[in-house]
Design a protein around this ligand. Structure first.
Ligand SMILES: NC(=O)c1ccc[n+]([C@@H]2O[C@H](COP(=O)([O-])OP(=O)(O)OC[C@H]3O[C@@H](n4cnc5c(N)ncnc54)[C@H](O)[C@@H]3O)[C@@H](O)[C@H]2O)c1
Length: 402
């Protein structure tokens, strides 16, 4: 069994490595030559605990190698980005280009799977593109959609133990894809059609977005009323059928902050609540920026000098290096752009440098700061002293809350 993974990023590379570990010969394909070079040198280009050891093992054993163009295999997996473009419309051009790149090497009996989060109907659209160029393969290859739901930071465990939804264009495709994933997935494999599988992924992330929006909305109300939102949620969650999530500085990342738009842009009349959740979570970041800017102005009025402000965290969630669509990043940029003259110290322990901000050491920034702003609940931040005389602490993500 030989499989070709198109796209060796946060999801494609770990999946390729785990599949290689299950005994499949893996060829990883990426358009970025640096990624290809690093993988072939058994060097990890993403941050994921435990993955470097496995990468070294599979590359060393000759079970995984990388290249820039697809080659003949028994199975192909498309794991390329699906960002949005224009007015939050899904950009499937990467999926299309990855699909087109495998068309010349496809042969009878092959399996073609899309893992990239995609708008409903994408798998059917890619099948049409394949068959337009290779009509002789119609009914002779298996095509399916299988979304990924792993949590960065816990990918090795979740890739194996999470349940998966697999939707083929026909039953034979679904079964074929199930048997591939069955090689390394210990979770249950649920069969459906491709449209349901596509919508399932979008639904999961929209559901998270709506629930976080509820928590963020509560945080805005509580701030006005003078109630500690963290205590409120903890108490409300003692109800046996209530489970409110934690508020934060907004919602970010490549999935939850993006995928709901794939539903909203296709069904704007119906997806009112999903659209409002996006708006609420985006607004929360604006609100946090305003809070920081106001705290800076207040400090200057009271003390007659500009404050030192520690902006703690740039990643979109705790303990990762991923800054994509990060509300923390957005807030740091908004505060910097406000031109308050405050001395901003930006802390992000999971990256070594940043093109926009000079990064500061966590303890040095904290000690120097008049205003401490918790933007991401990174674990190391929890060890900082909670009550320090003379410091204003804006804890947007509950670092100091249990
Ligand atoms: N990151 C996550 O936590 C997560 C979770 C679930 C689902 N997803 C989905 O998985 C998909 C991949 O996400 P990711 O985070 O791995 O993206 P990524 O940006 O980390 O990696 C994508 C890789 O694909 C490569 N690429 C782009 N176009 C290509 C092409 N035509 N041929 C070959 N390589 C190409 C890029 O160079 C890059 O290395 C997306 O649809 C995303 O929404 C991501």
């Amino acid at each position: 069994m030989k499989a070709c993974f198109i796209g060796l990023g946060y999801i494609g590379l770990p999946t390729a490595i785990i599949a290689a570990d299950s005994g499949v010969e893996i060829v990883g394909v990426d358009v970025n030559p640096k990624v290809v070079e690093k993988v072939n040198n058994a060097e990890l280009h993403i941050v994921e605990p435990g993955l470097d050891k496995l990468l070294k093992k599979e590359v060393g054993a000759g079970k995984l190698r990388a290249t820039s163009t697809p080659e003949p295999a028994n199975a192909f997996f498309v794991v390329v980005p699906t960002p949005f473009k224009g007015d939050h419309e899904p950009d499937v051009s990467y999926v299309e280009s990855a699909t087109r790149s495998v068309i010349p090497v496809l042969k009878e009996g092959d399996l073609f799977v899309i893992e990239s989060t995609s708008p409903v109907g994408t798998t059917e659209a890619m099948a049409e593109i394949i068959f337009a160029e290779r009509p002789e393969l119609k009914g002779k290859i298996h095509i399916a959609y299988c979304p990924e739901r792993v949590l960065p930071g816990n990918i090795i465990y979740e890739l194996v133990h999470n349940d998966r939804v697999i939707g083929g264009l026909d039953e034979a495709s679904t079964e074929h894809a199930k048997s591939f994933y069955g090689r390394f997935v210990k979770g249950e494999l649920f069969a459906t059609n491709s449209r349901t599988a596509e919508m399932c992924k979008l639904t999961e992330n929209s559901s998270r977005d709506v629930q976080i929006a509820f928590a963020n909305e509560l945080s805005l109300i509580c701030d006005k009323v003078g109630i500690n939102v963290w205590e409120l949620i903890k108490l409300a969650n003692r109800h046996p059928r209530v489970n409110i999530l934690r508020p934060g500085a907004g919602v970010g990342g490549h999935c939850i902050a993006v995928d709901p738009y794939f539903i909203v842009s296709a069904y704007p009349e119906e997806a009112k609540m999903i659209a409002q959740a996006r708006a609420t979570n985006n607004y929360k970041s604006e609100w946090c920026s305003e809070k920081v800017i106001n705290a800076i102005l207040k400090f200057e009025l009271a003390n007659g000098r500009k404050p030192v402000v520690a902006l703690m965290g740039l990643a979109f969630k705790p303990d990762i290096d991923d800054l994509r669509e990060s509300p923390a990043m957005h807030i740091a940029e908004a505060v910097a752009a406000a031109g308050t003259g405050a001395d901003l110290r930006v802390v992000e322990p999971n990256i070594t440098s940043h093109h926009r901000f000079e990064l500061s050491d966590m303890n040095e920034a904290f000690d120097a700061a008049d205003i401490v702003v918790m933007l991401t609940a990174h674990t190391p931040f929890k060890s900082l002293p909670q009550d320090v005389d003379g410091k204003t602490v804006l804890d947007f993500c509950g670092v100091f809350q249990n």
